[in-house]
Design a protein around this ligand. Sequence first.
Ligand code: URP
Ligand code: ZN
Ligand code: ZN
Ligand code: ZN
Length: 511
Amino acid sequence: MGLIGITLAIAVFLASSSPVLSENILIKGGTVVNADRAFKADVVVKGGLIEAVGPGLKAPKGAKVVDATGKYVMPGGIDPHTHLEFPFMGQVSNETFLSGERAALAGGTTFHIDFALQWEGSLKKGLAEWKRKAQRAISDYGFHMAINKWTSETAAEMAEMVREGINSFKFFMAYKGALMVSDELFLDGLLACKKLGALPMVHGENGDAIALAQKLTIEKGITGPEGHSISRPSYLEGEATGRAVKLARLLNVPLYVVHVMSKDAIEAIEEGHRAGQRLWGEAVAGAISLTDEPCWDPDFKIAAAHVISPPLRSREHQTAVKAALAGGSLQLIGTDHCGWNTTQKAVGRHDFRILPNGIHGIEERLHTAWEDLVNAGLITPPDFVRLTSAEAAKIFNLYPQKGVIAAGSDADIIVLDPSVTHKISVATHHSSLDMNVFEGKTVHGKVTTTISRGRLAWDGKDILLEPGSGRYVRMEPFAPHVYGGLDEQEKRWIGERFPYGPAPVKRVGDK
Ligand code: URP
Ligand code: ZN
Ligand code: ZN
Ligand code: ZN
C-alpha cells in the first residue's frame, strides 16, 4: 500500500471507529416531565450527561438550542423487551440492531434491552452472538439472557453473565420443543437468580396445552392465522402466569411477567400482589392499541402480521390491560418488538404453527401509549414517564443514570410536541419492515427531538447517528427496587409461607 493508500485507510478507520461526540445542547422553555412531577425548566446537556435542570439556564459555549416552548421534555423511552435479529421458528427476524434502533430513536426510545438466547446450550456463546449482532448499533442497549436448557455449566454461566452486566434471565413456559422449560428448570432458574440478585422473567403460557390445542385446531381444518389465536386461549396464559407467580412465591424470588395480554394473566399477577410478592407485569404497545380482530382478516398478509404470542385479544382484554396500567396492576410498557417481513410470515400461509410469532412497536410505543393512555385521560404525563421509562430503569438497576431528567443523569432526552398530529404508516416509518400493524392510526403528539447520550439523534426529520456508535450498557445485580429489604424480610420471616430463604425460620410461638 502506498502513502495515499495508508492515509486513506487511516481516514476510513478513524471515520468508522471514532465515536460521534456528544454535543452541548440547551433545551429551552419546555415542561420537564419526570415520574414524580412536571415543571417548567430548561435543560443543559454537556459531555453526554445532563448538566443542569432549572429556570433561565444559559446556553453553554457553542450549544445547539432546542426550543421546547409548549412541549414536553421527558426522559428517553426505555423498551425493556426487544428481539432484534431474533433467530426463531427457523428464521431470523428482519429488523436489525441498526434498523430497529433507527426506528426506536425516531419514536423517542433511547435504550432497549434485547433478549439474548442461550446458544448451543451455552450462555457465553449466546452473549458473544448478541454482541456480534449489535456491532452496528447506534443507541444504548443492554441484554437479558433467556435460558431453555439446564446443563452442568448453566449456574456458573449465569454468574458469569451477571459479571458481564446482565441482571435478568427469561424463562419460557411456552414454545414446546423449542424454548419451553419445565417447572423443574424454572424452579432451578428462580433459585439461581435469587442467589445472584438477578431478576427472573417469565413468558406465561401453558406450552403443553397449546401444543395439543394447535394439533386439534389443525385437525378441525383451521390452518390460517386465526388458528393461532384459537389455540392459545387467555385462560392458558392465566394458568401459566398463575403457576409462575406461585413458584416464585414458594421460593420468595422477585418475578417479572413479560407481555401480559389478558385479564386472566392480570388477575394472576394481582393475586401475587395481594400475597405480598415482589412482582412486575409488563404490557406491550400492541396489547394497548390493537385487538385480535385482524387475525381473522381475509387478507393473509394483514392477519399474519398480527400473530404474536401470547396472542392479541378481544376488546375486553385490551380494556383490562389499559385499566391495569392506570390502576397499578401492570407497572410498565414494552413492545416485544420482533419484526418479520411479509415474506417471512408467508412461510406459515398453510400452517399457523410455523408462522413466525411477533409484532413490532419499538417506533410506535411512545406515540400510541401517549394517544391511548394520556390523551384518553387514563394516565398523566408523569405516569407516562413512569410506565415507559422510569420504572424499567429502576427494575433493571439503571436509575437514576436513566429514566429521569436530573443533573448527572445520561442525556437521553425526548421533546414531545402535543400539538403535532401524525398518522402512523409503513410509508413513513423508520423500521425495515414492509408492514405496520398500527397503519392509519392517528396520534396527537409527536417526538420532535431525540437526544441519545448527549448526541442529537433525531431532529424530527432525520436520524443523525452513525452505525457502530451505539453502546452496551451494563446492568448490575441486586437492584434496590427489586431486592432491597429481601434479606431482612427473610430473617424475620414467620408464618405461612415455605421458608426457603437463606435464614433459619421460626414459627410464631416456637422457642
Ligand atoms: O410472539 C412473540 N412474542 N415473539 C417473540 C418471542 C417471545 O415470546 O417473546
Ligand atoms: Zn415471550
Ligand atoms: Zn418477547
Ligand atoms: Zn415500582
